[in-house]
Design a protein around this ligand. Structure first.
Ligand SMILES: C[S@@+](CC[C@H](N)C(=O)[O-])C[C@H]1O[C@@H](n2cnc3c(N)ncnc32)[C@H](O)[C@@H]1O
Length: 342
């Protein structure tokens, strides 16, 4: 069982701020907290974004309204998250998320402590919590995303804002299940990130990296052999195969690194591969609602950018809302399990 973190860093709304390279912000937040200025401390943390994000932060007045937002999307609008908000709002049916579910399905953490590295707003943590996992930690560099995760997506997990390669002691029990989905290819120092994940997993633990770009030039991709070597992984999958397996309700087929050189993205498992999940993650847990990507019966992508990225990879979502609904409507994510305050 993992413990609570007693970090020497400021904590607002239960989320410690230990991000590397933010000493000035940490000092500012600590100073505000020392004077009982929790609201101003929260605003300062909500303004902190990814290093690659070029938009200026919203005004302090706008950020101060975030805690009163009644939905995830309203909060993301107030945070000025733009295209990142589209990505997170529609995560529940995108092919990359489904590939992540297929990985969890094939390599289930059961009662192991789970660390979701670069967890974003906690979409995968929510699935784990709803399926009975209790020892959950989400780590991300952007405090605002963790705040959204805790408020709207998976309140039962604990969260620490930190850079994977410069994280404090996260007090994770071992052997642990350390996952990193749709983020590892971003990380500049992949050997350091792999060492950090292996250390967190501990002897007999498991490291699962999902959606690592290979042919897709976004981020700083490696070859399949490069990822396998840096992670010490012997089990690899094509991301397309993972998504297809989840949709078909079958086990995904692993592939040799040489067969994955032209894949857009791959997944890797290092350490104990564990066993498949007892439940079928292809069938989302209810209550289910119509996928909000459909407007007046027509599949409507939230932006041209989103359409270009996910449209060609989402053939399981028909262009028009089918009537009657097919028997596999939930598996194909025509029906989705949105967070309660989506
Ligand atoms: C594309 S999102 C994926 C989020 C989540 N894993 C998911 O699948 O929904 C990438 C995430 O990586 C986080 N990130 C980037 N660099 C990081 C680092 N060095 N340590 C921790 N998180 C990082 C970003 O803030 C962002 O939330």
């Amino acid at each position: 069982m993992s413990g609570t973190v007693a970090l020497d860093v400021p904590v607002v709304d239960g989320i410690p701020f230990a991000r590397a390279g933010r000493d000035d912000l940490r000092a500012e937040v600590a100073g505000l907290l020392a004077h009982g200025e929790v609201d101003r401390a929260r605003v300062a943390l909500l303004a902190d974004a990814d290093d690659w994000w070029t938009e200026p932060p919203p005004s302090a007045e706008q950020l101060a309204r975030v805690p009163a937002a009644s939905t995830l999307r309203e909060a993301m609008t107030l945070l000025g998250m733009g295209r990142v908000a589209d990505y997170f709002a529609h995560r529940w049916s995108d092919p990359t998320h489904l590939a992540g579910l297929a990985l969890l399905q094939a390599h289930w953490p059961a009662d192991r402590p789970v660390v979701d590295v670069a967890c974003g707003i906690g979409a995968h943590l929510r699935e784990l919590a709803r399926r009975g996992c209790t020892d959950l930690l989400g780590v991300d560099v952007v405090w605002a995303k963790l705040w959204l995760a805790r408020r709207f997506v998976c309140p039962s997990a604990r969260y620490v804002c930190a850079d994977l390669t410069a994280a404090p002691d996260l007090a994770v029990g071992t052997p642990a299940y350390v996952m990193c989905h749709d983020a590892f290819y971003f990380l500049r120092d992949k050997p350091a990130a792999a060492v950090a994940m292996r250390r967190l997993a501990g002897p007999g633990g498991t490291v699962v990296v999902g959606h690592a770009h290979v042919a897709d030039p976004h981020g700083e991709p490696l070859t399949p052999e490069g990822y396998a070597e840096v992670l010490g992984a012997g089990l690899l999958y094509d991301d397309v195969e993972l998504t297809a397996a989840l949709l078909a309700g079958r086990a995904p087929r692993p592939a040799a690194p040489g067969a994955l050189r032209t894949s857009e993205a791959i997944a890797l498992v290092a350490g104990d591969p564990l066993r498949p999940a007892p439940a079928d993650l292809g069938e989302p847990l209810g209550p289910l609602v119509p996928n909000p990507l459909y407007t007046d019966g027509v599949l409507s992508w939230p932006s041209g950018r989103y359409a270009a990225e996910y449209g060609p990879r989402s053939a399981y979502l028909p262009a028009r809302w089918p009537d009657p609904l097919p028997a596999d409507a939930a598996r194909r994510r025509l029906l989705v399990d949105l967070p309660e305050a989506w």
